[in-house]
Design a protein around this ligand. Sequence first.
Ligand SMILES: Cc1cc2nc3c(=O)[nH]c(=O)nc-3n(C[C@H](O)[C@H](O)[C@H](O)COP(=O)(O)O)c2cc1C
Length: 170
Amino acid sequence: MEFKEVVKNRYSCKKYSDKKVEREKLLAILEAGRLAPTAKNLQEQHIYVVESEENLAKIDKATPCRYGASTVLVVAFDKNNVFTYPGGKRDSGIEDASIVATHLMLAAADEGVNSCWLNFFDPEVLAKDLGLPENEEILMLLDLGYAAEGAGPLDNHDSRKELSETVSYI
Ligand SMILES: Cc1cc2nc3c(=O)[nH]c(=O)nc-3n(C[C@H](O)[C@H](O)[C@H](O)COP(=O)(O)O)c2cc1C
C-alpha cells in the first residue's frame, strides 16, 4: 500500500472478530518494528507477542481495551540500556519504544490488520503479572486483529486540528 494510504486508512479499532492474525502478517509487522530507528542504535525494545488464553486473560485483567483482539503486542524496553541526553533529565527509552510501536501500528495497517494503541493500564502491575524482567518497562500495548462486522472508526477519527493550529514557521 502507498504510505499515504496506510496513514489515511489506519484507525483505532475497538471491536474485533475471532479471525486470527496470520503468522506471515505478524512477522511482517514485527519486522517493521525491528527496522525502527533508536537513539545510538541501542535497540532497547522488547516486544512480547501475547496470543495464549492465559496471557490474554492477564491483559483483560489489566485493561478493558482489548476489545476481543486475538493478538496483543506488549512493547517494552530495557531501562538499563537507554541513552541519557545532555542535561541528564531525559533518556531515549520511551521515545525509542514509541517509534518502534508506531512502526508496528503502521505496518499492521499496511498488512490490512486492524489495531489499537493502548495505554489505559498500569504498566508496573501488568509487567509483574506477565513476569517481565525487572529491567524492562512496558510502554504500550497494541491490539491486533480484524475488525468485527459493522465495526469502524469512531466519530472523532476524522476530527484533526488544522495545520495552522499545530504548525508554526519560525
Ligand atoms: C498514546 C495513545 C494512547 C491510547 N490509549 C488508548 C486506550 O488505552 N484505549 C483505547 O481504546 N484507545 C486508546 N488510544 C486510541 C485513541 O483513542 C485514538 O487514537 C484517537 O481517539 C484517535 O482515533 P483514531 O486512532 O481512530 O484516529 C490511544 C492512542 C494513543 C496514540
